[in-house]
Ligand binder design. Structure first.
Ligand code: CP3
Length: 337
């Protein structure tokens, strides 16, 4: 049993730095595209055998140190009855956005065993197959709220921020409702066998530190408090939020590629693990460039306990599979102790 990720999250010594990739199962793999066909991803995840197969695909290609269950951050919202579809090439679309207290009142708490048994079944099946730790996950409160309030992907999050700043009581009720969905989702995944949890608050970097600390951090803290498994707390563009995110919680903080890893680690605090942070776009460059940038990340990690190698965000579609495979090999070789 490879427990390197679990050891790294506890800041214990490891034989080599563990490496996995956000979106390691996905469209850059031809076998993924073939298996998924033109099925909607929210449909695909309802079939546990299919979710298991997609989860395992990248592990057959390369010796990754973790698996992440094939699902989506919108799954628990769809499971409580929010009408959601994933528009190809765009992202999640919510046709009836949530903007008033009446809208918020329609969000009911999640009962995982009833509402999303397929997620838990995929996790149970995966645990029988895997010899690396299995990561379960959820969307973070700001990211989920943004999809619900905007009705789809957004660059500026204008409606979301207008609600947050203009009607803090409705915002607070929305955050409370999301905790009642996401917290059971996380606990049920751990009960089913997930050994690590990642909270993807991908778009939280749109906020300034004061708004983060007032309007999001307290709810992230409720989600991450006293989980029965170690957790990774991730967002993009979070350079100015890292210390505040660390205060909200997470055994490790996920770092995107816009902050050098050593600088980010100082902000997070050296007593905490970090995950990251190669620029995913580098994987589209020739191997020599990938290698140079990956070695820079490793140099900044300085062989310290508590580093989990990852990208700064997900593997983009169109990434050459060979570069991803060589990257795993490079991290393993160069960090062997
Ligand atoms: O391998 C893994 O990382 C596990 C699978 C996973 C998916 N979504 C599958 C997926 C994970 C961890 C997610 C999380 C997720 N979903 C996030 C947080 C991570 C991040 O990227 O910041 C977010 C913001 C979403 C919302 C979402 N779902 C987006 C933006 C998209 C892309 C839409 C598109 O077509 O470009 C999705 C769909 C989605 N989720 C895909 C996958 C593999 C692509 C669907 C496809 O196969 O075409």
């Amino acid at each position: 049993m490879n427990d390197l990720l679990l050891r790294a999250l506890r800041l214990e010594p490891v034989d080599h730095t563990p490496v996995w990739f956000m979106r390691q199962a996905g469209r850059y793999l031809p076998e993924y595209r073939e298996l998924r066909g033109d099925r909607d991803i929210l449909e695909a995840v309802r079939e546990p055998e299919l979710a298991v197969e997609v989860t395992l695909q990248p592990l057959r290609r390369m010796p990754l140190d973790a698996a992440i269950v094939f699902s989506d951050i919108m799954v628990p919202l769809a499971a409580v009855g929010v009408p959601i579809r994933i528009a190809p090439g765009t992202g999640p679309v919510v046709d009836a956005p949530i903007r008033s207290s009446a809208d918020v009142a329609r969000l009911r708490p999640l009962a995982p065993e009833v509402d999303e048994p397929f997620v838990l079944e995929a996790i149970r099946l995966l645990r029988m197959e895997l010899s690396v730790p299995l990561i379960g996950f959820a969307g973070g409160p700001f990211t989920l709220a943004s999809y619900l309030v905007e009705g789809g992907p957004s660059r500026e999050h204008l409606r979301t921020k207008a609600l947050m700043l203009g009607d803090p009581s409705v915002w607070g009720a929305l955050m409370d409702a999301l905790v009642e969905i996401v917290r059971p989702h996380l606990l049920a995944q751990v009960a089913a066998g997930a050994q690590v949890i990642q909270l993807f608050d991908s778009w939280v970097g749109a906020l300034d530190p004061t708004d983060y600390a007032t309007h999001v951090g307290p709810w992230s803290a409720r989600l991450l408090a006293d989980l029965p498994a170690p957790s990774i707390h991730f967002g993009v563009n979070t350079g100015e939020l890292l210390s505040s995110m660390a205060r909200a919680g997470g055994d490790a903080i996920g770092i995107d590629h816009r902050v050098p890893l050593d600088v980010a680690w100082e902000r997070v605090g050296l007593e905490r693990a970090v995950q990251g942070n190669l620029d995913p776009a580098a994987l589209h460059a020739p191997w020599e460039a990938v290698e140079r940038k990956a070695l820079d990340v490793l140099q900044r990690a300085a062989g310290r306990a508590g580093h989990v190698f990852n990208l700064g965000h997900g593997v983009p579609p169109g990434t050459p599979v060979e570069n991803v495979q060589r990257l795993v090999e490079l991290v393993h070789q160069r960090t062997a102790r």
